[in-house]
Design a protein around this ligand. Sequence first.
Ligand code: CTP
Length: 408
Amino acid sequence: MSSSRILLIIGGGIAAYKSLELIRELGRRGIASRVILTKAGAEFVTPLSVSALSGEKAFTELFDLTDETEMGHIELSRSADLVVVCPATADLMAKAAAGLANDLASTTLLATDKPVLMVPAMNVRMWEHAATKRNVARLRADGVRVVEPDVGPMACGEFGPGRLPDVSAIVREIEAALAPPSKRLAGVHALVTAGPTREPLDPVRYISNHSSGKQGYGIAAALAAEGARVTLVSGPVALKPPEGVTFVSVETARDMLKACEDALPADVFVSVAAVADWRPVKASPKKLKLKGQGEAPTIQLTENPDILRTLSAKRKGRPRLVIGFAAETHDVEALAVEKRARKGCDWIVANDVSGDVMGGSENEIFLITPDGTEHWPRLAKDDVSRRLAARVADALTGPNPGLRLAAE
Ligand code: CTP
Protein backbone atom coordinates (compact mmCIF):
# COMPACT_ATOMS: atom_id res chain seq x y z
CA MET A 1 0.00 0.00 0.00
CA SER A 2 1.41 3.38 -0.99
CA SER A 3 1.35 6.47 1.19
CA SER A 4 0.89 9.18 -1.39
CA ARG A 5 -1.06 12.37 -1.06
CA ILE A 6 -3.05 14.17 -3.73
CA LEU A 7 -4.41 17.69 -3.80
CA LEU A 8 -7.93 17.29 -5.16
CA ILE A 9 -9.61 20.30 -6.73
CA ILE A 10 -13.37 19.75 -6.98
CA GLY A 11 -14.97 21.88 -9.67
CA GLY A 12 -18.66 22.71 -9.98
CA GLY A 13 -20.87 20.27 -11.85
CA ILE A 14 -23.35 17.52 -11.28
CA ALA A 15 -20.50 14.98 -11.35
CA ALA A 16 -18.91 16.62 -8.27
CA TYR A 17 -20.72 14.17 -5.97
CA LYS A 18 -18.57 11.36 -7.40
CA SER A 19 -15.47 13.06 -6.01
CA LEU A 20 -16.67 12.06 -2.53
CA GLU A 21 -16.62 8.41 -3.57
CA LEU A 22 -13.21 9.06 -5.13
CA ILE A 23 -11.80 10.39 -1.83
CA ARG A 24 -13.10 7.32 -0.02
CA GLU A 25 -11.71 4.88 -2.60
CA LEU A 26 -8.31 6.59 -2.65
CA GLY A 27 -8.22 6.48 1.17
CA ARG A 28 -8.79 2.72 1.05
CA ARG A 29 -5.72 2.48 -1.15
CA GLY A 30 -3.54 4.55 1.16
CA ILE A 31 -3.76 7.73 -0.91
CA ALA A 32 -4.66 10.75 1.23
CA SER A 33 -6.64 13.65 -0.26
CA ARG A 34 -6.33 17.30 0.66
CA VAL A 35 -9.22 19.11 -0.96
CA ILE A 36 -9.89 22.50 -2.53
CA LEU A 37 -13.52 23.20 -3.33
CA THR A 38 -14.17 25.87 -5.95
CA LYS A 39 -17.07 28.21 -5.30
CA ALA A 40 -19.17 26.29 -7.83
CA GLY A 41 -17.93 22.96 -6.44
CA ALA A 42 -19.20 23.97 -3.01
CA GLU A 43 -22.69 24.33 -4.53
CA PHE A 44 -22.71 20.60 -5.25
CA VAL A 45 -20.81 19.09 -2.29
CA THR A 46 -20.34 20.63 1.13
CA PRO A 47 -16.99 21.32 2.81
CA LEU A 48 -18.32 19.33 5.75
CA SER A 49 -18.84 16.11 3.79
CA VAL A 50 -15.46 16.56 2.11
CA SER A 51 -13.61 16.96 5.42
CA ALA A 52 -15.54 14.09 7.00
CA LEU A 53 -14.24 11.79 4.25
CA SER A 54 -10.74 13.22 3.82
CA GLY A 55 -10.12 13.71 7.52
CA GLU A 56 -8.93 17.28 6.85
CA LYS A 57 -10.42 20.70 6.59
CA ALA A 58 -11.47 21.54 3.00
CA PHE A 59 -9.99 24.72 1.53
CA THR A 60 -12.43 27.07 -0.12
CA GLU A 61 -11.33 30.71 -0.33
CA LEU A 62 -8.12 32.29 -1.58
CA PHE A 63 -8.02 35.20 0.81
CA ASP A 64 -9.12 33.43 3.95
CA LEU A 65 -6.64 34.92 6.38
CA THR A 66 -6.66 31.97 8.74
CA ASP A 67 -5.87 29.57 5.93
CA GLU A 68 -3.16 31.86 4.57
CA THR A 69 -1.50 31.93 8.00
CA GLU A 70 -1.84 28.19 8.53
CA MET A 71 -0.88 27.26 5.00
CA GLY A 72 -0.33 29.71 2.14
CA HIS A 73 -1.70 28.84 -1.27
CA ILE A 74 1.82 28.35 -2.65
CA GLU A 75 2.60 25.81 0.04
CA LEU A 76 -0.80 24.19 -0.48
CA SER A 77 -0.07 23.81 -4.20
CA ARG A 78 3.09 21.87 -3.40
CA SER A 79 1.88 19.86 -0.42
CA ALA A 80 0.93 16.79 -2.47
CA ASP A 81 2.56 14.40 -4.94
CA LEU A 82 -0.07 15.08 -7.60
CA VAL A 83 -2.75 17.69 -8.24
CA VAL A 84 -6.02 16.18 -9.47
CA VAL A 85 -8.87 18.30 -10.83
CA CYS A 86 -12.10 16.28 -10.68
CA PRO A 87 -14.49 17.15 -12.08
CA ALA A 88 -12.58 19.53 -14.33
CA THR A 89 -15.17 21.93 -15.73
CA ALA A 90 -14.83 23.78 -19.05
CA ASP A 91 -14.36 26.97 -17.01
CA LEU A 92 -11.55 25.58 -14.83
CA MET A 93 -9.74 24.18 -17.85
CA ALA A 94 -10.10 27.46 -19.74
CA LYS A 95 -8.62 29.34 -16.77
CA ALA A 96 -5.75 26.89 -16.38
CA ALA A 97 -5.04 26.93 -20.14
CA ALA A 98 -4.91 30.73 -20.10
CA GLY A 99 -2.84 30.87 -16.89
CA LEU A 100 -5.46 32.87 -14.97
CA ALA A 101 -5.19 33.02 -11.19
CA ASN A 102 -8.23 34.68 -9.67
CA ASP A 103 -9.36 32.15 -7.09
CA LEU A 104 -7.80 29.47 -4.92
CA ALA A 105 -8.14 26.64 -7.48
CA SER A 106 -6.68 28.54 -10.44
CA THR A 107 -3.95 30.13 -8.32
CA THR A 108 -2.95 26.72 -7.02
CA LEU A 109 -2.82 25.31 -10.56
CA LEU A 110 -0.57 28.16 -11.65
CA ALA A 111 1.70 27.94 -8.60
CA THR A 112 2.18 24.18 -8.42
CA ASP A 113 5.41 22.42 -9.33
CA LYS A 114 3.71 19.01 -9.17
CA PRO A 115 2.20 16.96 -12.03
CA VAL A 116 -1.44 17.78 -12.79
CA LEU A 117 -4.18 15.34 -13.82
CA MET A 118 -7.55 16.66 -15.03
CA VAL A 119 -10.70 14.56 -15.22
CA PRO A 120 -13.19 16.55 -17.31
CA ALA A 121 -16.96 16.27 -17.02
CA MET A 122 -19.35 18.53 -18.89
CA ASN A 123 -22.15 18.70 -21.42
CA VAL A 124 -21.27 17.05 -24.74
CA ARG A 125 -21.54 20.30 -26.72
CA MET A 126 -19.28 22.08 -24.27
CA TRP A 127 -16.73 19.24 -24.53
CA GLU A 128 -16.88 19.32 -28.32
CA HIS A 129 -16.76 23.11 -28.59
CA ALA A 130 -13.72 24.44 -30.46
CA ALA A 131 -12.72 26.55 -27.44
CA THR A 132 -12.65 23.53 -25.10
CA LYS A 133 -10.74 21.48 -27.69
CA ARG A 134 -8.21 24.30 -27.95
CA ASN A 135 -7.88 24.49 -24.15
CA VAL A 136 -7.45 20.73 -23.78
CA ALA A 137 -4.77 20.71 -26.50
CA ARG A 138 -3.03 23.66 -24.79
CA LEU A 139 -3.09 21.94 -21.40
CA ARG A 140 -1.76 18.70 -22.87
CA ALA A 141 1.00 20.60 -24.64
CA ASP A 142 1.84 22.15 -21.24
CA GLY A 143 2.27 18.66 -19.77
CA VAL A 144 -1.11 18.30 -18.02
CA ARG A 145 -2.65 14.82 -18.23
CA VAL A 146 -6.23 15.28 -19.40
CA VAL A 147 -8.30 12.10 -19.17
CA GLU A 148 -10.80 11.42 -21.99
CA PRO A 149 -14.38 11.61 -20.65
CA ASP A 150 -16.75 8.67 -21.01
CA VAL A 151 -19.42 8.50 -23.69
CA GLY A 152 -23.02 7.99 -22.60
CA PRO A 153 -26.27 9.60 -21.50
CA MET A 154 -25.77 12.85 -19.57
CA ALA A 155 -27.59 14.38 -16.64
CA CYS A 156 -28.86 17.09 -19.02
CA GLY A 157 -30.56 14.48 -21.24
CA GLU A 158 -28.08 14.61 -24.10
CA PHE A 159 -25.82 11.77 -25.22
CA GLY A 160 -22.12 11.74 -26.09
CA PRO A 161 -18.65 12.24 -24.66
CA GLY A 162 -18.47 14.37 -21.51
CA ARG A 163 -19.37 12.01 -18.67
CA LEU A 164 -17.02 11.61 -15.75
CA PRO A 165 -15.37 8.16 -16.00
CA ASP A 166 -16.11 5.55 -13.32
CA VAL A 167 -14.39 6.13 -10.01
CA SER A 168 -12.36 2.93 -10.49
CA ALA A 169 -11.03 4.27 -13.83
CA ILE A 170 -10.12 7.60 -12.20
CA VAL A 171 -8.31 5.75 -9.40
CA ARG A 172 -6.32 3.84 -12.03
CA GLU A 173 -5.33 7.11 -13.74
CA ILE A 174 -4.27 8.59 -10.39
CA GLU A 175 -2.24 5.53 -9.44
CA ALA A 176 -0.54 5.55 -12.86
CA ALA A 177 0.31 9.24 -12.49
CA LEU A 178 1.70 8.64 -8.98
CA ALA A 179 3.78 5.60 -9.98
CA PRO A 180 7.44 6.44 -10.42
CA PRO A 181 8.75 5.53 -13.89
CA SER A 182 9.84 1.91 -13.79
CA LYS A 183 13.11 2.42 -15.71
CA ARG A 184 12.59 -0.99 -17.23
CA LEU A 185 14.47 0.13 -20.33
CA ALA A 186 17.71 0.95 -18.53
CA GLY A 187 20.61 -0.21 -20.72
CA VAL A 188 18.48 -0.24 -23.88
CA HIS A 189 19.35 1.99 -26.87
CA ALA A 190 16.25 3.30 -28.64
CA LEU A 191 16.44 4.98 -32.03
CA VAL A 192 13.44 7.14 -32.97
CA THR A 193 12.73 9.14 -36.14
CA ALA A 194 10.24 12.00 -36.07
CA GLY A 195 8.82 14.91 -38.04
CA PRO A 196 8.70 15.36 -41.80
CA THR A 197 11.58 15.39 -44.23
CA ARG A 198 12.19 18.27 -46.64
CA GLU A 199 13.22 17.51 -50.19
CA PRO A 200 14.64 20.60 -51.90
CA LEU A 201 13.54 21.82 -55.31
CA ASP A 202 15.84 24.78 -55.27
CA PRO A 203 17.46 26.85 -52.48
CA VAL A 204 14.08 28.26 -51.32
CA ARG A 205 11.50 25.61 -52.17
CA TYR A 206 10.93 22.06 -50.99
CA ILE A 207 8.48 19.14 -50.89
CA SER A 208 7.34 18.20 -47.39
CA ASN A 209 4.23 17.34 -45.35
CA HIS A 210 2.24 18.43 -42.30
CA SER A 211 3.90 16.18 -39.70
CA SER A 212 4.33 18.12 -36.44
CA GLY A 213 6.73 15.65 -34.81
CA LYS A 214 4.58 15.57 -31.64
CA GLN A 215 4.04 11.81 -31.60
CA GLY A 216 7.69 10.98 -32.32
CA TYR A 217 8.98 13.45 -29.72
CA GLY A 218 6.47 12.07 -27.21
CA ILE A 219 7.66 8.50 -27.87
CA ALA A 220 11.30 9.54 -27.51
CA ALA A 221 10.45 11.22 -24.16
CA ALA A 222 8.44 8.21 -22.93
CA LEU A 223 11.24 5.76 -23.83
CA ALA A 224 13.74 8.02 -22.05
CA ALA A 225 11.43 8.16 -19.01
CA GLU A 226 11.50 4.33 -18.96
CA GLY A 227 15.28 4.56 -18.71
CA ALA A 228 16.30 4.00 -22.36
CA ARG A 229 19.21 5.82 -23.96
CA VAL A 230 17.42 7.54 -26.83
CA THR A 231 18.68 8.88 -30.14
CA LEU A 232 16.07 11.09 -31.80
CA VAL A 233 16.62 11.78 -35.50
CA SER A 234 14.25 14.53 -36.53
CA GLY A 235 13.24 16.48 -39.60
CA PRO A 236 12.43 20.19 -39.20
CA VAL A 237 9.71 20.82 -36.58
CA ALA A 238 8.88 23.56 -34.10
CA LEU A 239 9.43 21.42 -30.99
CA LYS A 240 12.15 21.38 -28.35
CA PRO A 241 13.90 17.99 -28.15
CA PRO A 242 12.98 16.15 -24.92
CA GLU A 243 15.47 16.36 -22.04
CA GLY A 244 18.22 13.80 -22.00
CA VAL A 245 17.92 12.44 -25.55
CA THR A 246 20.71 12.55 -28.13
CA PHE A 247 19.29 14.79 -30.83
CA VAL A 248 20.22 14.65 -34.52
CA SER A 249 18.61 17.23 -36.78
CA VAL A 250 18.21 16.35 -40.49
CA GLU A 251 16.43 17.71 -43.57
CA THR A 252 16.12 15.07 -46.27
CA ALA A 253 15.19 11.39 -46.29
CA ARG A 254 18.72 10.49 -47.36
CA ASP A 255 20.18 12.49 -44.42
CA MET A 256 17.73 10.75 -42.10
CA LEU A 257 18.75 7.29 -43.33
CA LYS A 258 22.42 8.13 -42.88
CA ALA A 259 21.85 9.51 -39.35
CA CYS A 260 19.96 6.29 -38.44
CA GLU A 261 22.70 4.05 -39.85
CA ASP A 262 25.28 6.08 -37.90
CA ALA A 263 23.27 5.68 -34.67
CA LEU A 264 23.20 1.84 -34.87
CA PRO A 265 23.47 -0.50 -33.03
CA ALA A 266 20.11 -0.01 -31.37
CA ASP A 267 17.85 -2.43 -29.50
CA VAL A 268 14.64 -0.85 -30.71
CA PHE A 269 13.89 1.33 -33.73
CA VAL A 270 10.67 3.35 -33.78
CA SER A 271 10.09 4.88 -37.21
CA VAL A 272 7.61 7.68 -36.59
CA ALA A 273 8.89 10.15 -39.19
CA ALA A 274 6.65 11.07 -42.10
CA VAL A 275 9.39 10.54 -44.64
CA ALA A 276 8.70 12.08 -48.04
CA ASP A 277 8.20 9.21 -50.47
CA TRP A 278 9.72 11.15 -53.38
CA ARG A 279 12.29 13.85 -54.00
CA PRO A 280 12.99 15.96 -57.06
CA VAL A 281 15.54 14.20 -59.27
CA LYS A 282 17.58 17.38 -59.33
CA ALA A 283 17.55 20.24 -56.86
CA SER A 284 18.42 23.38 -58.78
CA PRO A 285 21.39 25.18 -57.18
CA LYS A 286 19.75 28.49 -58.19
CA LYS A 287 16.24 29.69 -57.50
CA LEU A 288 13.93 28.56 -60.31
CA LYS A 289 12.62 31.58 -62.21
CA LEU A 290 9.33 32.26 -63.96
CA LYS A 291 9.96 31.63 -67.62
CA GLY A 292 6.98 33.25 -69.19
CA GLN A 293 3.25 33.50 -68.90
CA GLY A 294 1.60 30.14 -68.31
CA GLU A 295 4.81 28.20 -68.54
CA ALA A 296 5.48 26.16 -65.41
CA PRO A 297 8.46 23.88 -64.85
CA THR A 298 7.96 20.13 -64.81
CA ILE A 299 9.37 18.51 -61.71
CA GLN A 300 10.66 15.02 -62.14
CA LEU A 301 10.53 12.93 -58.99
CA THR A 302 12.42 9.86 -57.87
CA GLU A 303 11.74 7.54 -54.95
CA ASN A 304 13.43 8.14 -51.61
CA PRO A 305 15.11 5.34 -49.69
CA ASP A 306 12.72 3.56 -47.32
CA ILE A 307 14.37 3.91 -43.91
CA LEU A 308 12.04 1.53 -42.12
CA ARG A 309 12.42 -1.16 -44.75
CA THR A 310 16.20 -0.71 -44.90
CA LEU A 311 16.67 -1.13 -41.15
CA SER A 312 14.14 -3.98 -40.96
CA ALA A 313 16.01 -5.88 -43.69
CA LYS A 314 19.42 -5.70 -42.03
CA ARG A 315 20.90 -9.15 -41.55
CA LYS A 316 23.61 -7.83 -39.25
CA GLY A 317 22.81 -5.26 -36.63
CA ARG A 318 19.02 -5.29 -37.06
CA PRO A 319 17.41 -3.77 -33.94
CA ARG A 320 15.70 -6.47 -31.88
CA LEU A 321 12.36 -4.71 -32.20
CA VAL A 322 11.45 -2.60 -35.24
CA ILE A 323 8.25 -0.57 -35.06
CA GLY A 324 6.78 1.25 -38.03
CA PHE A 325 3.93 3.73 -38.18
CA ALA A 326 1.19 3.71 -40.75
CA ALA A 327 -0.66 6.87 -41.61
CA GLU A 328 -3.81 5.92 -43.46
CA THR A 329 -6.98 7.72 -44.47
CA HIS A 330 -9.14 4.59 -45.03
CA ASP A 331 -9.17 0.79 -44.35
CA VAL A 332 -6.67 1.53 -41.57
CA GLU A 333 -6.35 -1.94 -40.08
CA ALA A 334 -6.23 -3.93 -43.35
CA LEU A 335 -3.68 -1.60 -44.95
CA ALA A 336 -1.54 -1.65 -41.80
CA VAL A 337 -1.46 -5.45 -41.71
CA GLU A 338 -0.32 -5.40 -45.32
CA LYS A 339 2.23 -2.65 -44.55
CA ARG A 340 3.77 -4.66 -41.70
CA ALA A 341 4.50 -7.48 -44.11
CA ARG A 342 5.74 -5.16 -46.85
CA LYS A 343 8.10 -3.24 -44.56
CA GLY A 344 9.40 -6.33 -42.74
CA CYS A 345 9.00 -4.67 -39.33
CA ASP A 346 7.79 -6.40 -36.15
CA TRP A 347 4.97 -4.05 -35.17
CA ILE A 348 2.97 -1.39 -36.93
CA VAL A 349 1.30 1.43 -35.04
CA ALA A 350 -1.49 2.50 -37.38
CA ASN A 351 -3.53 5.65 -37.16
CA ASP A 352 -6.24 7.31 -39.17
CA VAL A 353 -4.96 10.64 -40.44
CA SER A 354 -8.17 11.59 -42.25
CA GLY A 355 -9.16 13.90 -39.35
CA ASP A 356 -7.01 16.29 -37.32
CA VAL A 357 -4.31 13.80 -36.23
CA MET A 358 -1.43 15.49 -38.03
CA GLY A 359 -0.67 18.48 -35.86
CA GLY A 360 -3.39 17.54 -33.33
CA SER A 361 -2.83 16.33 -29.76
CA GLU A 362 -4.73 13.06 -29.90
CA ASN A 363 -4.46 9.79 -31.72
CA GLU A 364 -6.52 6.60 -32.16
CA ILE A 365 -4.31 3.58 -32.64
CA PHE A 366 -4.36 0.06 -34.02
CA LEU A 367 -1.28 -1.83 -32.84
CA ILE A 368 -0.50 -4.65 -35.29
CA THR A 369 1.85 -7.32 -33.91
CA PRO A 370 2.54 -10.90 -34.98
CA ASP A 371 -0.08 -11.88 -32.36
CA GLY A 372 -2.89 -9.83 -33.90
CA THR A 373 -4.44 -6.40 -33.70
CA GLU A 374 -5.13 -4.28 -30.63
CA HIS A 375 -7.46 -1.29 -30.94
CA TRP A 376 -6.60 1.48 -28.47
CA PRO A 377 -9.23 4.09 -27.62
CA ARG A 378 -8.69 7.72 -28.65
CA LEU A 379 -5.88 8.92 -26.38
CA ALA A 380 -3.73 12.00 -25.92
CA LYS A 381 -0.53 11.56 -27.94
CA ASP A 382 1.42 11.55 -24.65
CA ASP A 383 -0.67 8.65 -23.38
CA VAL A 384 -0.13 6.78 -26.67
CA SER A 385 3.61 7.34 -26.14
CA ARG A 386 3.59 6.07 -22.56
CA ARG A 387 1.53 3.05 -23.50
CA LEU A 388 3.83 2.21 -26.40
CA ALA A 389 6.95 2.65 -24.22
CA ALA A 390 5.43 0.25 -21.68
CA ARG A 391 4.72 -2.26 -24.47
CA VAL A 392 8.30 -1.94 -25.70
CA ALA A 393 9.53 -2.59 -22.16
CA ASP A 394 7.26 -5.68 -21.92
CA ALA A 395 8.59 -6.96 -25.22
CA LEU A 396 12.26 -6.40 -24.50
CA THR A 397 12.40 -7.17 -20.80
CA GLY A 398 9.17 -8.87 -19.68
CA PRO A 399 9.07 -12.43 -18.37
CA ASN A 400 7.20 -13.58 -21.48
CA PRO A 401 8.41 -11.18 -24.11
CA GLY A 402 5.93 -12.49 -26.68
CA LEU A 403 8.07 -10.94 -29.37
CA ARG A 404 8.45 -12.89 -32.54
CA LEU A 405 10.81 -11.11 -34.82
CA ALA A 406 9.72 -10.71 -38.40
CA ALA A 407 13.16 -11.94 -39.47
CA GLU A 408 12.62 -15.30 -37.77
N1 CTP B 1 8.97 5.25 -43.90
C1 CTP B 1 10.36 5.32 -43.98
N2 CTP B 1 10.95 5.75 -45.12
C2 CTP B 1 10.20 6.12 -46.18
C3 CTP B 1 8.78 6.08 -46.11
C4 CTP B 1 8.20 5.64 -44.95
O1 CTP B 1 11.04 4.98 -43.01
N3 CTP B 1 10.80 6.55 -47.28
C5 CTP B 1 8.35 4.73 -42.67
C6 CTP B 1 7.59 5.71 -41.84
O2 CTP B 1 8.43 6.28 -40.85
C7 CTP B 1 6.53 4.84 -41.21
C8 CTP B 1 6.26 3.78 -42.26
O3 CTP B 1 7.40 3.79 -43.10
O4 CTP B 1 7.01 4.17 -40.06
C9 CTP B 1 5.05 3.93 -43.09
O5 CTP B 1 4.92 5.21 -43.63
P1 CTP B 1 3.66 5.59 -44.54
O6 CTP B 1 3.86 6.96 -45.07
O7 CTP B 1 2.38 5.28 -43.83
O8 CTP B 1 3.76 4.51 -45.67
P2 CTP B 1 4.42 4.52 -47.06
O9 CTP B 1 5.57 3.57 -47.05
O10 CTP B 1 4.70 5.91 -47.49
O11 CTP B 1 3.28 3.85 -47.91
P3 CTP B 1 1.93 4.51 -48.47
O12 CTP B 1 2.19 6.00 -48.60
O13 CTP B 1 1.73 3.82 -49.76
O14 CTP B 1 0.87 4.18 -47.47
